[in-house]
Design a protein around this ligand. Structure first.
Ligand code: ADP
Ligand code: ZN
Ligand code: ZN
Length: 744
């Protein structure tokens, strides 16, 4: 130990309380680094500290300082260095992280760590480097495509799309090696690198071109929010796809920018952002920061710092962007608020929607939640008067609502899941030159491989699940643990060579369509076909350019894309969702149907939506189709109220898993016993998880439910305190999920 250390140990009176990302639910005490006056350090600054037996260097976050109690005979370690002169997060945001750690019962160090981009978590100094952009020179702008050099033409064409140029991160997202091509263009004098001016404009934006005047409902929505700028108010903007919600966002952001403030726009998934990003860039001269998981660490760090410094005015990001500091907060917009991807499903299980509400409240700014199919939670908040409800009842322009038709498939002969009615409609649509969109909730070729001789089914050895057939790569895959193996020829049970696929996946329907409509250009869009970087963007372009006749895919299709030429939508199977055990299944199915249907008939073509089902009389389905999402939601809320389910009660889900069958249930049973005193909280379980065995581990869960938050949270806190002392906890991995969205 260096001399200074011993000296400090005897003379220092103050210790630093530091949050360090570590599963323990406590802070850690350190002596200040040599020569640092602890009273000058503000909460939230990052420090480097030695941690654990090996003294590995970690980044910690200062929570506060306290008196050194000399009675403690623990030898305190000394922090190595202070990384920030001033905290990178505001005192409001600091308070939110403390709140979030308590509310979600998650270790403070991990909560703080989630709020920072990876590079800053690793201890990088917070300097904002200038961004290098590749753009065209005057000569480049005038140059024509060189047909013999397709890559060169492609890059030229891309660069022509935006005068300000493209960042290296954006170019990397193209998915091919653009660097050598860029070098050629630079050598020819067609392109050059420039450094981006990153300064927020101080003057009012000039000459914004509004493509159309707002309709009265849009105007009302904009005015309502403008009235509340500078104070907290949550708004729920309800409007079907194409009703002009994005236009409302754009107008609001414009006004926020004109007042010299920043706007944060959160979207569920990154598939949504390419189009949205272009719309924002096209509208505003103000610097736009983008933050999502497809960007590299450098780009994310830059976006975060640009907002933190006030050098960018608009942030467009996904779930984890909700923590981005705002130098001059003005407005938060959260689009597709019903989308469950706003809820983090592992580690720190926060809801970005609920945190965004908290941030707006703390920063005294309005927040707008938008959706065509608002979550029942948000609708209930609107009914209670906590959120102000704004509606955009009509589609803008001349677009009309699609017509729904239920197709009873009980007594029909299906061709690979396609009913004769649907096949006929696809044929007609193609004949008229329209686009058809088919939705299937499952990727791969088929969800099951079965032996026709003995009934044997290919199952995952590590999970209670079946292996999915992927015909393109000729492999069997488990969608739950990642296990995969080559195709089988003979049944391992009876050795007969009669293994057949059972059930439908996107790949199987794709093949069937190729046989039925050999001339049609079919495009499959799912997680498998879009895995390669840039492939999704390429597909979206193909669709926009009218190079696709039949589009088929999974959920990805339901999310926000504009497919203006689609006039027919086929939903191959709505039943799966209706009969799940999850009490939110009905809500999810309804949202999915409305969202998928929303892709049809935008602009001047009316759309037709065919719903294939074996339950044509299902009350939920009929209500939704006859009366629309609003009536469905009202009925569903009534059911929730009668069943005392969220949003009329609150839940915490305890998950436990172990290598052996017994331990998880033993631990959870112990928790139930420890809950007996709290009579207001209902303890349901333990029960096996919906997938009782996953990746070789046995899983159980316990649901705690209460109609008030306080007793529920007190109980969770109580149990977490007891857990480290429980012998049953030794072999079990557990987590607690507040406001769970999924009972997986
Ligand atoms: P949403 O976000 O609800 O799907 P958008 O804002 O994208 O809706 O609007 C759908 C289409 O209607 C867009 O092409 C948009 O330019 C256009 N649009 C929006 N508002 C108006 C308006 N007031 N008048 C005419 N067209 C509009
Ligand atoms: Zn067999
Ligand atoms: Zn598995």
């Amino acid at each position: 130990m260096p001399e200074t250390h011993d000296k400090l140990l005897t003379t220092a009176k103050l210790v630093l309380k530091i949050a360090i990302p570590y599963p323990l639910r406590r802070s850690f005490d350190y002596l200040p680094p040599a020569g640092v006056d602890p009273t000058r350090l503000r909460p939230g600054v990052r420090l480097q500290v030695p941690f654990g037996k090996l003294n590995t260097i970690r980044t910690g976050y200062l929570l506060g300082i306290s008196e050194f109690v000399s009675g403690d005979n623990i030898e305190l370690k000394q922090a190595i260095s202070v990384l920030d002169d001033e905290p990178l997060i505001s005192s409001e945001d600091f308070a939110i992280l403390i709140w979030a750690s308590r509310y979600y019962h998650h270790p403070l160090g991990e909560v703080f760590s989630s709020a920072f981009p990876v590079l800053l978590r690793q201890g990088r100094t917070a300097t904002l480097e200038k961004e290098r952009l590749l753009c065209l020179t005057e000569a480049g702008k005038g140059s024509t495509a060189e047909l013999r050099a397709p890559k060169r033409s492609q890059l030229l064409q891309t660069l022509k799309e935006r005068e300000a140029g493209f960042s290296l991160a954006e170019l990397n997202a193209l998915g091919w090696d653009w660097r050598p091509i860029a070098r050629v263009l630079i050598d020819k004098g067609f392109a050059c690198y420039q450094e981006r001016q990153v300064l927020m404009p101080t003057q009012k934006p000039t000459s914004i071109i509004h493509p159309h005047p707002l309709n009265p409902a849009q105007q009302n929505a904009v005015d309502s929010v403008l009235e509340k700028l500078g104070s907290y108010q949550a708004f729920l903007l309800e409007g079907v796809t194409g009703s002009g919600k994005t236009e409302v966002y754009l107008r609001l952001v414009e006004q926020v920018l004109a007042r010299g403030r920043q706007a944060m726009i959160l979207v569920p998934e990154i598939n949504l952002t390419p189009q949205l990003e272009e719309r924002f860039r096209a509208r505003f001269a103000a610097p736009l920061a983008v933050f999502h998981s497809r960007l590299d660490d450098n780009a994310r760090c830059r976006a975060w710092l640009a907002m933190q410094r006030g050098e960018a005015a608009v942030l467009l990001g996904t779930r984890s962007a909700v923590f981005t500091p705002l130098a001059k907060p003005g407005l938060i917009i959260l689009d597709e608020e019903h989308d469950t991807s706003f809820k983090q499903q592992d580690g720190f299980r926060f809801s970005a929607r609920d945190l965004a509400i908290m941030r707006a409240r703390q920063c005294h700014i309005p927040i707008m939640l938008g959706s065509a199919t608002p979550s029942l939670e948000s609708l209930a908040n609107a009914l209670r008067g906590r959120y102000s409800l704004l509606s955009l009842p009509e589609r803008t322009g001349v677009a009309v609502h699609p017509t729904f038709r239920i197709v009873d498939i009980r007594s029909q002969r299906l061709n690979e899941g396609l009913s004769p009615v649907l096949i006929a409609q696809i044929g007609e649509t193609l004949a008229r030159g329209g686009q058809a969109l088919l939705f299937i909730n499952r990727r791969g070729f088929a969800p099951t491989l079965i032996c026709h001789a003995c009934g044997w089914v290919a199952e995952c050895k590590r999970c209670d699940s079946r292996l999915v057939i992927h015909s393109v790569e000729r492999r069997l895959r488990c969608h739950h643990c990642g296990h995969e193996q080559p195709f089988l020829r003979d049944c391992p049970n009876c050795q007969t060579a009669d293994l057949r696929p059972l059930g439908l996946g996107t790949e199987r329907v794709e093949l069937a369509l190729a046989k039925l409509f050999p001339k049609a250009r079919t495009l499959r869009m799912d997680r498998d076909s879009t895995r390669r970087k840039g492939s999704l963007e390429g597909m979206l372009e193909q669709i926009q350019a009218g190079e696709v006749d039949i589009l088929l895919g999974t959920q990805m299709l339901a999310k926000g894309h504009h497919f203006p030429n689609v006039t027919l939508v086929g939903i191959l199977d709505v039943d799966g969702g209706l009969f799940s055990l999850d009490f939110r299944a009905g809500e999810r199915t309804a949202q999915l149907i409305v969202q998928v249907a929303g892709r049809a008939g935008r602009e001047e073509r009316p759309g037709l939506v065919l719903l294939q089902t074996r339950q044509p009389e299902h009350p939920l389905l009929r209500k939704l189709i006859r009366e629309g999402y609003g009536s469905f939601a009202a009925a569903a809320l009534q059911e929730r109220r009668e069943g005392e389910l969220p949003p009329y009660s609150h839940q915490a889900l305890w998950r436990a898993d172990a290598n052996d069958v017994e331990s998880p249930a033993l631990l959870l049973t112990r928790l139930v016993e420890l809950s007996i005193h709290q009579t207001e909280v209902l303890a349901l379980g333990p029960v096996p998880a919906p997938m009782p065995r996953q990746a070789g581990r046995f899983r159980q869960q316990l649901l705690l439910q209460c109609n008030q938050r306080k007793p529920l949270h007190e109980l969770v806190e109580h149990l977490i305190r007891q857990l480290p002392g429980l012998p049953e906890a030794k072999r079990v991995r557990w987590s607690v999920d507040i406001d769970p969205m999924d009972f997986y």
